[in-house]
Design a protein around this ligand. Sequence first.
Ligand code: ARG
Length: 456
Amino acid sequence: MQLWKGRFEKELDPKTNDFNSSISFDSRMFKEDIEGSIAHATMLAAKGIITSEDLGAIVEGLKNIKAEIESGELLIDPNAEDIHTFVEGELTARIGAAGKRLHTARSRNDQVALDIRLYLRKECEALYAQLTELIDVLLKKAEQYADAVMPGYTHLQRAQPITFGHHLLAYAEMLLRDKERLSDAKNRMNYCPLGACALAGTTYNTDREMTAKDLGFFGPMQNSLDSVSDRDFCIELAAALSIIMVHLSRFSEEIVLWASFEFKFIELDDAFSTGSSIMPQKKNPDITELIRGKSGRVFGDLTTLLTMMKGLPLAYNKDMQEDKEAIFDAFDTVKMCLTAFIPMLDTMVALPKNMRKAAAGGFINATDCADYLVSKGLPFRDAYKATGELVALCIKKGTTLEELPLEEYKNICDMFDDGVYTAIDLDKCVNDRTSLGGPAPQNVLAQVKRVKEINK
Ligand code: ARG
């Protein structure tokens, strides 16, 4: 059944019907569609546009439809044009004329713009809760490994000593910003398009403030064309989701590296690893690889939305029906990734001994060696050069700064004395890095406390 029959002499071609239909992906908004219709009908009755008897029949009919879809008693017709058509058709079949009055002073254009907002508002809340949970897991691990010394990297080359707790907290900071971005976007979206009708409002004496308030919005949108024309909220959310995926993907890549025999900084739980069908020794970090891979889908969704919108004249165009598959897929994907990632991280065990071994082998205390000479009065550039020569000497001799005898130090710079060995001690190098935001265990514990406060 189409809602727009009157003007047409023929049914829509069956193949075209499938092409035109959005029911296969918008039926997930049935609750929001019904919620919006109840608010609309309530307003129509309050303004005397429909009778209270009609309102009673509409509300009861819609509530029954919702309950029956939820229980599985009522199946959504896959041949319906969209969820709005299906619900209205079903209502009219049940209550007759009152059902046909529901669409007074409304269009599917403001209806769909409303339904997506209501639906995405809930999605934002669900995702927000998952991000909070992930940060909590990170905090637990950061506390546990606050003093686990590991090499920090630049260019994937060992650079300076940090702690594993500090490394994990870097991701906690990114995820805190992700939460903020999500709630900013949600707040910007939280204005109600209902009552904008097809594009030009209505001559009925409607009350848009009332429906907006009823549906939990900050207020109504202020321009009827804009209300039905823009999908900037979908784009903004897809961008926020893409950034989340960038963060999850980088983290995943690190876990892939850390899980390898070459690093062996961590051990993933068997429940979150897979084996190979031919190589019996393999334990693969598939979850993290999938997350890395799935980031591409979400970026694709963002690109879909941007491209779909960029050439559209105001107001509604059917192109915009494509918004839902993209933004739904983006949310589904990120939520699914987090559902797997959170328990995987929670059960991941770090191997601080291996981290320390890697930290001891990469001359990551060279900066501290140079700083030691600076503390003796040598300008930093000269200290840098002397230390560079020492590193080259160690490489040639196959030794480390810790093991190089003092005479060798003195040959390169006579300002060295025994104190250098304390200065380049790994634990000291880490423990002394107490500058704000630094990796010292005491900083990590303070940051864990701070983030805990924010992440409520
Ligand atoms: N299924 C449509 C969509 O998702 C609903 C709006 C239809 N509006 C119209 N003027 N054809 O965009």
